[in-house]
Design a protein around this ligand. Structure first.
Ligand SMILES: [Zn+2]
Length: 239
């Protein structure tokens, strides 16, 4: 739902809003991560520099010293460290924010079609299980604005990649005509979350379509190339 973080507009999930120990949101276009974090007044924040190669590499952001330095190559970031900002940039791809209220851990995932085919969200949950003891039954997942199923046509390359990981056929794909398919990226990721054991009531789905709402979002497809992005983030507050 569209709300405000201090003076800045932002989209938040009610399932995450109820936790006073975390800060989260799906940003609107052209508002930087620094801008949001500064506006929120997060104490001693660390915002890692990242590059998202559309893969399924997960970074467990540990003690603060470990993230000073080079750019982190990866599409998912998880942490138990207060002040550490897990964040991703998107413009049509799906941002997913995760929170484990039992073990107090959070994560952010960038999942486009390549990340979905590589099941990056499942890799992230596996990393949270291993590092923090997360039980998927307790996990909250918020799926942010992404390109909608009726606005996203894909070709045979995507279909082949999805077939390899058992994601095609599925109700999130619909053949438009020969060689062209509609793909609902959020629906495919919801399915992955269900297979991981997440409860339906613990998932939030933003219905906003980046391609339809260019006032609020950048859309790689609709704007025909890289015009900009929006940020999504989750961080734990220091107690
Ligand atoms: Zn749309």
């Amino acid at each position: 739902m569209l709300t405000q973080l201090a003076s800045l507009p932002i989209i938040q999930a009610p399932q995450l809003q109820k936790f006073d120990w975390l800060l989260h949101g799906f940003g609107l276009k052209d508002i930087s991560i620094e801008n949001y974090i500064c506006e929120a007044g997060l104490k001693n924040p660390i915002i890692p520099k990242t590059h998202q190669p559309h893969g399924n590499t997960v970074h467990v952001l540990g003690p603060r010293s470990m993230v000073h330095g080079p750019v982190l190559e990866g599409d998912a970031f998880v942490t138990k460290e207060p002040g550490m900002v897990c964040w991703v940039r998107t413009a049509d791809c799906l941002p997913i924010l995760l929170a484990d209220p039992k073990n107090k851990a959070v994560g952010a995932v960038h999942s486009g079609w390549k990340g979905t085919a590589g099941q990056v969200v499942l890799e992230t949950i596996a990393a949270m299980k291993k590092s923090f003891g997360t039980d998927p039954k307790d996990l909250i997942a918020a799926l942010g604005p992404a390109i909608g199923g009726r606005c996203y046509q894909v070709g045979v390359d995507v279909v082949e990649a999805f077939k390899k990981t058992g994601l095609c056929p599925g109700p999130w794909m619909e053949e438009v005509d020969r060689g062209h398919w509609y793909l609902d990226i959020a629906f495919a990721n919801l399915h992955l979350l269900k297979t991981a054991g997440l409860r339906k009531e613990n998932t939030y789905l933003s219905l906003a379509c980046t391609s339809c709402d260019l006032e609020k979002f950048h859309s790689f497809r609709e704007e025909k190339g890289k015009k900009g992005e929006q940020v999504s983030f989750v961080a734990m507050l220091s107690s």
